[in-house]
Each structure stands twice: as structure tokens, then as C-alpha cells.
Design a protein. Sequence first.
Length: 169
Amino acid sequence: MEDKTIFFEAAGVQTVLAPLANNSGAGDSCVIMDLMSTRPLDDGQILLTVSFGNFAGNGSSAGQGPLTFEETIYARTQMFVRHVDTSAWGYITMTDENFFGSMEPTASDRIYSYRLVIPSTLTGGTNMTELTVYPARHLLRSTAKEEPEFQYIMRLMKSYQLQQSPDVD
């Protein structure tokens, strides 16, 4: 893999079931975000990504997400909500799903994968005692290829510059 560029062909997330919420009422919800990026993020940066995505830059001021378009390989947010029609049913219903990411080639040697779950009882008055979120598998189909030396060096420099945080495994 050394001296090669990764070209992404496809990305996806496999899940087993929708989340299960016990003792919940209409209005209880959760947001699930699946994210694959070329640089590591701390917890606060991941929360900013849920709010602002990769649309506003590098998180250097209020109202900006921490990732750029090029750093976001794949991202998916899903909103699950308990509503009146399914209040007696265990599983909560997906009401919204959004995808964003660049699938841009990278010379980075790592792809960082995250899954964030944010439960919410913002409507108040309910006592959701358990939220079960089933496992997910993050998939990236890619090919590693050699590029002309100048292109590779420029992509490597860009990957290096984008890597703002130290690698913490």
C-alpha cells in the first residue's frame, strides 16, 4: 500500500434491525450517524458533524462542522422516531435518512470509522428505559493504485495537512 493512492468505488453500512426502544412513548427518538473519514475526531467534533455535516469547513468557528468535504469519505445520518401509530410496537421507525461524503481518493494510510447514537426524549413525559441499537458493518470498496509521482506527492501532502490531530488508536 505504500506509495499508492486509495480510490473508493463504493461505500455502505449493513445493519440487522431498526433500533428497539422499551417503555417509550410517541415523540421519543434517536439519531444514528455512521461516519468514515481520513482523520480522527474527538467526541465533540463528532457531535459537531451530526449538526453541521461537512458543509461549513473545519469547525474553527461557531456553526461549522469539523470535517471538510474531501475528508469525509462517507457519512449517513438516520432519524428514528416513535409515533402514535407504532407506540405499542417495540421498534422505532426511520423517518429521515441523509448521505454526504466525497468518496475522494486519498493517500492517507488510515480511514477512521465512527458510529454515533444520540437518544432523545425531547418531547418530555416519557420514560424510555432502554434503547437497543444493533451492530453495523461499515463497508468501503476501494482499489489501491499508483499515480504519477507528482500527483501522488501532492495528494500525500494534502493528506498530511488534513491530519490535524495525532493518531490515537
